[in-house]
Write a protein that binds this ligand. Sequence first.
Ligand code: BGC
Length: 740
Amino acid sequence: MKNIFASLFLLFLISCTNTEKNANTFPAEVKELLDNMSVEEKAGQLTILNLTVLVKTDSVTGKIVLDSAKLKDFMVNHMVGNILNTHSVALSDSNWRSIIVTLQKYAQQTPNKIPVLYGIDAIHGATYTSNSVLFPHNMALGASRNPELARLAAKATAADVRASGIRWNYAPVLDVARQPLWARFGESYGEDPFLVGEMGKAAVKGYEEDGLNKTTGVASCMKHYLAYSAPTTGKDRSPSLIPEITLREYYLPPFEACVKAGSSSIMINSSEINGVPVHGSSYLLKDVLRGELGFEGLVVSDWMDVMRLHDRHHVAKDYREATKMAINAGIDMSMVPYDTRFTDQVIDLVKAGEISMERLDEACGRVLTLKYKLGLFSDGGLPEETAIKNFNPEKNKELAITAARECLTLLKNKNDVLPLKKGCKILLAGKGAENISMMNGCWSYCWQGNDNNLYPNYYTSLSQELKKIAGENSVILEKGNQIKSTSEDVIVLCLGEDAYAETPGSIRELDLDEDQQQLAMSAYATGKPVILVLMEGRPRIVRKIEPEASGILMTYWSGFGAPKAIAECLFGEMNPSGKLPFSYPKYSGYYLPYDYKYSDLDEELQIGVFTKTGYDVQWPFGFGLSYTHFTYSVIEADTVLFGDAMLNISVMVKNTGKVDGAEAVELYTRDHYASVAPSMRRLRAFNKVFLKKGESKKITFQLSAKDLSFVNTDMKRVTEDGKFDIIIADQVKEFIYYAK
Ligand code: BGC
């Protein structure tokens, strides 16, 4: 008992220190402002509303316009300090700038003239700015195994967003995708925490490296802390049951990595973990995020999630109690987003002493500090001339195409059916053949991303790109949902998912729908070779239609560059190098990530006879074919790793095939024995190299004890003495680790 009190006291001390530390790190300007602000003005800074509350439909033009009465009410009377999102779909960059100018004009009418902070979801390019170029979604980028692409895409996005007058972006998504039913699977970089962390760090760099007060930077927002990606039933925003050891082993590391990389803000998971909604968890928001990870930036709630502590999770008896719970647990800003009840409640709670003035100042100080860092106080938050000219440079299209090329993942190539010979005639079918939004997925010019009319006219479809290579008359489009017969040489069948975002994308089974499977069956019945092109945000089960397919290309949601890259790939104008960032399941009811445990392998299909056949997926994590072959030399590595030293590892990789190509060299380790059952392998490093045909390169890696660590039953990260394997492609090498 005494121990419990001692640790509680220690926790109290730690949390006090964190609070004071944060308050003391505010810039002098922010401290001074805080001294001059009323409780009402501070509460307004803790509030973010959606743009919809400020608009009306013009009775003459029928257009949606800003409404001066609403602006006055929300921005001046209630002193709401922050606005997000669009009122409907993407707007032009100049339209955005005039909105920002108007908002800042109203902000100038508040007592301290604090500029508005505008936030937007620009998660694979400037989603809500029409005419901008959209890049591959995170899952596709995960397949590229090329963090530099994530950095460049983020940098280009930052410039487009800033040119629109907006300085805060709700990205990157750092949720680790280990629940394939989840509708936001495609927004994640993959199922492995290290991969997600590496790609996420690169994105944070891309958004912020130029400096928040520079006209090419935006504040990033890591989301959705923590484990939003792991709903137990798979349904978006539904509860998860996750042991803390698992939370720390798989879901926390990407956030830890991106906090270290300096991300400015973080958005919270809407769901509950083990019965505790994260928006009300002072353990996760204070002890872990502030205390352990040392995060000093802004914590913003997700959509309506403060109120939902009451009306969805039922842990607060009313909205007032929910507000108190969330703010005291550590939420700094509430994405309300439709009214000012939250603002009024904060004022009331502070006046009643139920939220302390210190806590109000801490939360408000964080909002103001971000505004200060973004340069909003120096220019009143007005659009910057030097930012405008950076909007949508021609080079973004090239970057989007390069990125899409590196993402595409070739999953099957029976008898080298691919690349297709020039001159061959194609029957192109399936719902993705002409559907642009299936290649771009969610958050594409509108939230759901499913309106083809919103795409800029420079976007092309796959049929157009195939015709550019094969010739106008060599591509015949089959629009029906059955193929009777064909005289063409090959059938290219584009299957997958229509675009969807968040809860509307929830599904109850992973199987590809029956109609599309039937279409595939009818294609096989023609006797012609069939290439499946899978356009999907999450792995849909293809077990029944896979065996008869000659080729299969996974395209994920690869953005603007997808159709061109796919056409080039089918004709061998480029060589695919993507590797699956998740384990592609074979059965709807059996998803096992690649880092499964030794005992996952055991099966007893016949009583008393155990086989090691338990890992049965359609394609494993890291799988991806090339038009060339890479061979690996034996691994050279130190045989012993002591304490804090580094283990040096190298391997020669050779392109032994007939064409140039890129290979993502992946290093895994396997712990032979540990106090917590170890995984069969864990990804520890990767490095993508380009090799001309016949060329070899020596790839070197270094590992420290920390890279081998795991979370033990005391919730501590440890590396225990013992034997490990290094695994690179088909090569394995053993070494021993001694702490001392
Ligand atoms: C999503 C967030 C997003 C926010 C603002 C929420 O529904 O979960 O990812 O940033 O809306 O659009």
